[in-house]
Design a protein around this ligand. Structure first.
Ligand SMILES: Nc1ncnc2c1ncn2[C@@H]1O[C@H](COP(=O)(O)OP(=O)(O)OP(=O)(O)O)[C@@H](O)[C@H]1O
Ligand SMILES: [Mg+2]
Length: 259
């Protein structure tokens, strides 16, 4: 079964250095249908990474509950893959060893060796298997991080701006690869992006978050078939609608938005 994520009344607080409390998530409610592709979009610092980390079980919410297939999430698990905003590769391991690390930990590397090679090729890193992260560009490390998240075939893939460090052309190619993998492997995709076009191109639903304390402002259903034409009138209508919501979201109308 493909993962369904249900977020119920989730709030998360952090301590500021001055001792005050920072509300990173404020009563967030969202259901991500099994096998769907959603994008989270919203201003910097509004809690997107915090929400992904909570779904991953890397930090738990202080109030409310997040469920995967009706089970409360209390810790990380192989059913959820995570491609981090900063690639977060192990600097002392080669690219191949970084990508296969999780498979080795689960003792399934021998049977999945070919998958590792397949994903390395898919993200355009063939020939760099034995390179170390510091020898690669930011975009290459980000692609390695994506391959590492994909190779375990999780039920839910959490992508935190996975394509942010890529040039425009590589980025569009990777968007198509992500769609292909999503269809082929039937996963639920939850992706953070600052790129409205990327969100409309990829997603079944675009979830727009407000400036801190993060709440969900609106969920937009993207009712377009695939593949999508980036220049079509319908595409541009969704793009304009989302940009309008972002500009007028919440009380904080100053351009605290980094798109
Ligand atoms: N471990 C932490 N300790 C204290 N504060 C934190 C911690 N993690 C996040 N925060 C704060 O929570 C808020 C939300 O952070 P988060 O990283 O979720 O934002 P974001 O929406 O992912 O932003 P960006 O688009 O810039 O990546 C920020 O104000 C941040 O400073
Ligand atoms: Mg973030």
């Amino acid at each position: 079964m493909v993962g369904e994520i249900k977020i119920e009344n989730a709030s998360k607080y952090f301590n500021n250095p001055d001792g005050s409390i920072l509300t990173a998530l404020n009563d967030v409610n969202l259901t991500v249908r099994s096998g769907s592709f959603i994008s989270l979009i919203g201003p910097s610092g509004c809690g997107k990474t915090t929400l992904l980390r909570a779904i991953a079980g890397l930090n738990l919410v202080d109030e409310g509950t997040i469920y995967i297939d009706q089970e409360p999430i209390t810790k990380p698990g192989h059913d959820r893959g995570f491609a981090f905003q900063q690639a977060n590769l192990y600097p002392w391991l080669s690219i191949e060893k970084n990508i296969s690390f999780g498979l080795k930990a689960r003792r399934i590397y021998q049977s999945k060796k070919e998958d590792v090679a397949k994903y390395i090729e898919m993200v355009g890193l063939k020939g760099f298997e034995n390179a170390y992260p510091h020898q690669l560009s930011g975009g290459m490390n980000q692609r390695a991080s994506l391959a590492r998240a994909l190779v375990g075939h999780p039920k839910v893939l959490l992508l935190d701006e996975p394509l942010g460090a890529l040039d425009a052309f590589t980025r569009m190619n990777m968007q198509d690869e992500i769609l292909r993998i999503w269809k082929e492997h039937e996963m639920t995709m939850i992706m953070v992006t600052h790129d409205v076009d990327e969100a409309v191109y990829l997603s079944d639903q675009v979830v727009i978050m407000t400036p801190r304390p993060a709440k969900i402002e609106q969920v937009i259903d993207i009712e377009l078939g695939r593949p999508r034409a980036r220049g079509s009138n319908d595409f541009l209508k969704y793009r304009t609608k989302i940009l309008e919501i972002l500009n007028f979201a919440g009380e904080n109308k100053e351009p605290e938005y980094y798109l």
